[in-house]
Design a binder for this molecule. Structure first.
Ligand SMILES: Nc1ncnc2c1ncn2[C@@H]1O[C@H](COP(=O)(O)OP(=O)(O)OP(=O)(O)O)[C@@H](O)[C@H]1O
Length: 224
């Protein structure tokens, strides 16, 4: 598990409610930076892989958008919580192993069924984006592992907007720690309002992109 290629120069850990737009925003950042500089780490990927393996399930269907994963979603959330209680860094380590870009983007913040960093969630190594951080322990793991590099980003959208994107309240999912663990007591470094009547994402993301460009250039100076 300790086969990370190099240290990232910046780790952006994204969180947000279901359908707030974590994937959308992290993919936009990756498009701007390019895949050589920025990887998206999705915590939900290794979580689903491990869950499918231990329960003899079809991983492709579990990763897909269809109804199959809905049958297992609530149990998968409980199983993920219990794994994190035993070892808070379990999924974060799995998601970040092999990452080699300087910027990582990850996502942590709604249910275990999406991402980043896309990851998330939570991505690769000049910069890594963790796209799907959902629990405080995920964010804390990155902050402890990469104290100088980690910045937290919250993506916010109203319930009305999330509903228009396909969200509807699901008991056992939207009231679970995986959705609510970062609602209170966390001071995010950045907040992105992903709404039609908010300033454009380009405008809101400008300072974050500037940070990633600085991190990437520092990384290339250090590597030369
Ligand atoms: N600013 C935006 N403009 C247009 N479409 C958007 C925007 N933000 C999000 N969407 C769309 O809304 C839907 C949900 O967005 P996305 O998948 O990024 O949310 P998410 O927070 O990652 O969701 P989940 O937590 O369920 O994985 C997608 O179809 C996405 O393309």
């Amino acid at each position: 598990m300790e086969d990370r290629v190099s240290e990232p120069s910046l780790v952006l850990v994204f969180s947000g409610k279901r359908k707030s737009g974590k994937d959308y925003v992290t993919e936009l950042i990756q498009q701007r930076l390019g895949p050589d500089v920025c990887c998206i780490l999705r915590l939900s990927g290794p979580l689903k892989e491990q869950y499918a393996q231990e329960h003899g399930l079809d991983l492709d269907q579990l990763m897909g958008p269809g109804p199959y994963k809905e049958q297992y979603r609530a149990d998968m959330i409980h199983w993920g919580e219990s794994r994190r209680r035993q070892d808070p860094g379990f999924f974060c380590r799995l998601a970040s192993r092999g990452a080699c870009q300087p910027v990582w983007v990850g996502e942590r913040g709604s249910c275990c069924c999406d991402v980043i960093l896309q990851t998330a969630e939570l991505c690769s190594v000049i910069g890594q984006l963790v796209s799907d951080a959902r629990r405080l322990s995920d964010l804390q793991w990155f902050q402890a592992e990469f104290p100088q590099q980690t910045q937290s980003v919250r993506v916010q959208s109203s319930e009305k907007t999330r509903s228009q994107r396909g969200w509807s309240f699901t008991a056992g999912v939207d009231d679970a720690e995986s959705e609510c663990g970062l609602d209170n007591g966390v001071e995010f470094d950045w907040i992105v309002i992903n709404e039609a009547d908010a300033p454009s994402l380009d405008e809101q993301l400008r300072p974050i992109l500037q940070l990633t460009e600085e991190a990437a250039s520092t990384s290339s100076v250090n590597q030369s």
